[in-house]
Design a protein around this ligand. Structure first.
Ligand SMILES: Nc1ncnc2c1ncn2[C@@H]1O[C@H](COP(=O)(O)OP(=O)(O)OP(=O)(O)O)[C@@H](O)[C@H]1O
Ligand SMILES: [Mg+2]
Length: 399
């Protein structure tokens, strides 16, 4: 009976259709166990994706010493559609640490249970029934789940944005909205929650920086009466701003100090369950991050919170203040992985005027163009102009 292998590569540029996989000499003992006709799935670490599937047609370099031969597997590839490992982690038995699922991809090649292999294979080949037949697999229980995920969209509430995104954000996903101070992140996030209220999807705004009263006042300037929706139970503002500064909060919903992971996860879970929340905003991630001792702890916290949001069926926005080219997008090293989408808001100088631009840097399951679209903040909030693509030099960027 054949065996089932997981090949892990670090390279973002790895071609999942490559028919030859090379390995460092220390994997010699493992490669000695790989036989022709075994099956291999390739996982790309830097993307967090399962991206390749194939059947072994040869193993080379096993004879001779390390200096004279290079270890390689030749694989007969099948065309597949890459899938996010994160989404499948809950169903895979070799991933025992579900919160920190990514720690399990720490070897270049290893055997995984047949059942896990079949689960991943189903995901990889669902979009491609011909490929499924080729490796003799039957599409199964993941088919419906994946179809729902691929097709379902949630309206963003931002005029002009849904048309760029093919209908909105992918449902049950986490979107990172990033940009400098005053870029429009908080306004965008409020609009997203208000759209939810319109659709009957209750919203939770976790305010790390701004005091809820300031938030309500700012929203009122756009004619958005948050208090009305809070009173009707359709919207909740969770105050973290007062407790963070050591002051007592008069708000009904708050996360009390100590700001520990357990406390946060428990409180957020209780609030989401209590109001049947479907849309969540965390504003902002940097403010959230500073409460933890070190970056490893921040990463665990973000992962647990994100898992909670996803398993509660929520679609969420997390705001961050990172601009590519400066600190990179990922401040804590996990944002790109947890976020199914990244939206960047910028302000630039055009002659004597300041203008705004919005770019979709990433959006899974979406055909989008990497363009800077003009956007305005007007009386009714943010409006994206999908037909107005703008160009500017890095030097013109203000925020
Ligand atoms: N009523 C309004 N009409 C037009 N523009 C406004 C109005 N109110 C605020 N703005 C603009 O919106 C921007 C602030 O937006 P927002 O608070 O969403 O930014 P942010 O990205 O969340 O900033 P921060 O990082 O400081 O939290 C400011 O640049 C301000 O000029
Ligand atoms: Mg803000």
């Amino acid at each position: 009976m054949g065996r089932y292998w997981l090949h892990v590569t670090d390279s973002k540029g790895f071609d999942p259709e490559a028919e030859s996989l090379s390995f460092k000499d220390r994997w010699r003992d493992t490669l000695a166990k790989v036989k022709v006709d075994d099956e291999v799935i390739t996982y790309i670490k830097r993307k967090g994706e399962f991206a390749g599937l194939g059947r072994v047609s040869g193993v080379s370099g096993l004879e001779g010493d390390a200096s004279s031969s290079s270890l390689a597997l030749t694989v007969h590839r099948v065309k597949v559609k890459p899938i996010e490992a994160r989404l499948h982690a809950p169903d895979l038995s070799f991933i025992t640490n579900k919160d920190r699922w990514y720690v399990h991809f720490n070897k270049s090649i290893y055997e995984i249970p047949k059942k896990d292999f079949e689960t991943i294979k189903e995901g990889l080949t669902t979009e491609n029934p011909a490929a499924a037949a080729d490796v003799s697999s039957k599409p199964g229980r993941h088919l419906d789940k994946l179809k729902v995920e691929i097709n379902s969209r949630i309206a963003t509430g931002i005029t002009g944005l849904d048309s760029i995104l093919g209908g909105g954000f992918p449902v049950n996903s986490t979107i990172l909205v990033t940009g400098g101070p005053g870029a429009g992140k908080t306004i965008l996030a409020i609009q997203f929650l208000l759209q939810g209220v319109k659709n009957g999807e209750h919203g939770v705004f976790i305010s790390m920086d701004e005091r809820p009263d300031d938030l309500r006042k700012e929203a009122l300037k756009f004619g958005w009466d948050l208090t009305k929706y809070e009173d009707s139970g359709e919207l909740v503002i969770v105050d973290v701003s007062y407790p963070r500064s050591g002051l007592p909060s008069k708000e009904k919903y708050q996360i009390n100090m100590p700001f520990t992971l357990d406390n946060i996860v428990r409180t957020v879970y209780e609030i989401i369950s209590q109001i049947d929340g479907k849309r969540v905003v965390i504003d902002s991630l940097p403010a959230f991050g500073i409460h933890f001792e070190d970056e490893a702890e921040v990463r665990i916290a973000i992962h647990r919170l994100n898992n909670l949001l996803l398993s509660s069926g929520c679609t969420s926005i997390i705001t961050s203040e990172i601009i590519p080219g400066h600190d990179g997008i990922s401040r804590f090293g996990v944002e790109e992985f947890i976020a199914r989408g990244i939206i960047l808001a910028e302000v630039y100088r055009d002659g004597k005027e300041y203008k705004r631009a919005l770019t979709i840097l990433k959006m899974r399951e979406t055909n989008y163009e990497l363009k800077r679209y003009a956007f305005k903040i007007g009386k009714e909030g943010i409006e994206v102009l999908p037909h107005q693509v703008v160009f500017f030099d890095e030097a013109a960027r203000i925020i």
